[in-house]
Design a protein around this ligand. Structure first.
Ligand code: NOJ
Ligand code: CA
Length: 508
């Protein structure tokens, strides 16, 4: 039987920005419950929530201080249970974000770890002596500066691939592995259908703490082959997969496999015994032109092992929203991107607002909250054009500014909108098995066009160029087009596409 996450589409929610039900300007879990009808109407099968666990928010939830509770600003365990139940009633499953690479420096484990060299949890984190007054090695943190912070109290350095407030766990320690087994079970037993794994490639560090070599392509940078990307991380996922398989249906693991080579990304599927899904950043970062997209999709298809299943995403909470990054605000191009996302073989992840074609927002300096400049992708969902935008009560200051752009109420009733297009594409995936499971194959097409088939009966194409183009040899009926007035059109001698236009064809 096809697992639900293979046939379904998943919607990513940044909980602080979805819907605020108690007028504090911060979205909450009750708000997500409140909007389940919308998500059911849209036609998604699962939701991934960015971190909901208690956190001092040095990195907005990615610094967890308790892995078995809910951040009070977002709700509590009861409301999360209610979300699981209410979503389940609508055939929607809930995935959480788990952050196993590091904890918050406010986690009890770290408090204990830094209390003395002989503390019970000392070895749960990565402590090392310096080289004289310098850190133990040359590793650099993703957010800048050394990967090491000196702790006066105990006279050693601790490692953090991200902020000093995010000390890395020591995955060589069996206690850490056991603790996470329990954390997974805690959530799976509550009905959580799976996890998106933060920094999935990063958990294990080199035991000998060897210096990173320079990156041959960027001599001013280092190649992170020892601080992360270690082969031993695969043992962790084989172990987690076994836990997932103890549930019915099996719980699903989606890795934030932030590696740019599709072959390395594909290694996280293991022999069908590691992650079921791995995010594909080569696609996210590809230039938005026909040749580059075709190339990365072909390389991904070739790399993923038999039985593995691709993942496609346009945006997330860390990158610039795709209508800005890929399309320079051009709505027609953004619709081509949505059409491609939902017609590839694999599990599509829509980031909240993607379905509206929401652009990256400009957040003025005084309103910025994130230390890494990612606020523009995390602003409140735009539900309507009423005061408060349907996100919060009128007059309430939202935690990040509203910005500007489309809104759900306006797009919902508009057949030509991005929202209607997404809903239409999601409905077609449900209707036609080959749009879910059919194999992908690239088709011959003019230079600016990317065309592909799904099984024997369907073909899709997007023309990303500025002139009209014809994909020769295609005949059939347009099931859906980015220009919706072409839905139902009979195509006889080749599919003609206008500039920045895409379509799905049922072949005759
Ligand atoms: C990846 C997350 O998506 C990002 O938001 C976070 O800052 C880092 N991991 C560190 O946890
Ligand atoms: Ca709230």
């Amino acid at each position: 039987m096809t697992p639900w996450w293979q046939s379904g589409a998943i919607y990513q929610i940044y909980p602080r920005s979805f819907l605020d039900t108690n007028g504090d300007g911060v979205g909450d879990l009750a708000g997500i419950v409140n909007r389940l009808d919308y998500l059911e109407w849209l036609g998604v099968d699962g939701i991934w929530l960015n971190p909901v666990m208690p956190s001092p928010n040095a990195d907005w939830g990615y610094d967890v201080s308790d892995y078995c509770d809910v951040h009070r600003e977002l709700g509590d365990l009861d409301i999360l249970d209610q979300l699981v139940t209410e979503a389940g009633r609508r055939g929607i499953r809930i995935l959480l974000d788990i952050v196993p690479n590091h904890t918050s420096d406010q986690h009890d484990w770290f408090h204990d770890s830094r209390s003395s060299r002989s503390a019970e949890h000392r070895d749960w984190y990565v402590w090392a002596d310096g080289r004289g007054d310098d850190p133990p090695n040359n590793w650099r943190s993703v957010f800048g500066g050394p990967t090491w912070t000196f702790d006066e109290e105990t006279g050693q350095w601790y490692m953090h691939n991200f902020l000093p407030e995010q000390p890395d766990l020591n995955w060589w320690n069996p206690g850490v592995r056991d603790a996470f087994d329990d954390i997974l079970r805690f959530w799976f037993d509550r009905g959580i259908a799976g996890f998106r794994i933060d920094v999935a490639h990063g958990l294990v560090h080199d035991r000998e703490l060897r210096d990173e070599p320079p990156d041959p392509e960027h001599p001013d940078r280092l190649q992170p082959i020892y601080s992360m990307n270690r082969p031993e991380v695969h043992d962790v996922y084989r172990r987690w997969r076994k836990i997932c398989e103890q549930y019915e249906p099996a719980c699903v693991l989606v890795g934030e496999t932030h590696v740019l080579d599709p072959v390395v990304m594909a290694s996280y599927y293991g022999q069908g015994d590691e992650l079921q899904l791995a995010f594909n950043f080569a696609f996210v970062y590809a230039p938005f032109d026909a040749a580059s997209l075709r190339d990365v999709v072909e390389r991904t298809e070739a790399a993923i092992p038999e039985g593995g299943w691709p993942v496609w995403t346009l945006s997330n909470h860390d990158v610039i929203r795709f209508p800005t990054r890929w399309c320079d605000g051009d709505e027609a191009k953004a619709r081509c991107a949505l059409l491609a996302l939902l017609l590839l073989r694999g599990t599509p992840f829509l980031y909240y607002g993607d379905e509206l074609g929401l652009e990256q927002q400009n957040v003025p300096e005084e309103a910025q909250r994130d230390m890494a400049g990612r606020d523009g992708a995390r602003t409140p969902m735009r539900w309507s054009n009423e005061p408060g935008l349907g996100f919060t009560e009128p007059g309430v200051e939202p935690w990040l500014p509203f910005g500007s752009g489309p809104n759900v109420a306006a797009e919902r009733g508009e057949p030509g909108s991005s929202l209607s297009l997404c809903r239409g594409l999601l409905a077609l995936r449900r209707e036609h098995a080959d749009l879910r499971r059919g194999p992908y194959a690239s088709l011959q097409s003019p230079e600016d066009v990317w065309a592909w088939s799904r099984g024997d009966r369907y073909a899709a194409a997007v023309n990303l160029g500025e002139g009209e183009a014809v994909v020769e040899g295609l005949a059939g009926t347009i099931l859906i087009g980015t220009s919706r007035d072409r839905d139902g059109e009979q195509v006889r001698a080749g599919l003609r596409l206008g500039a920045r236009e895409g379509a799905l064809l049922e072949l005759s």
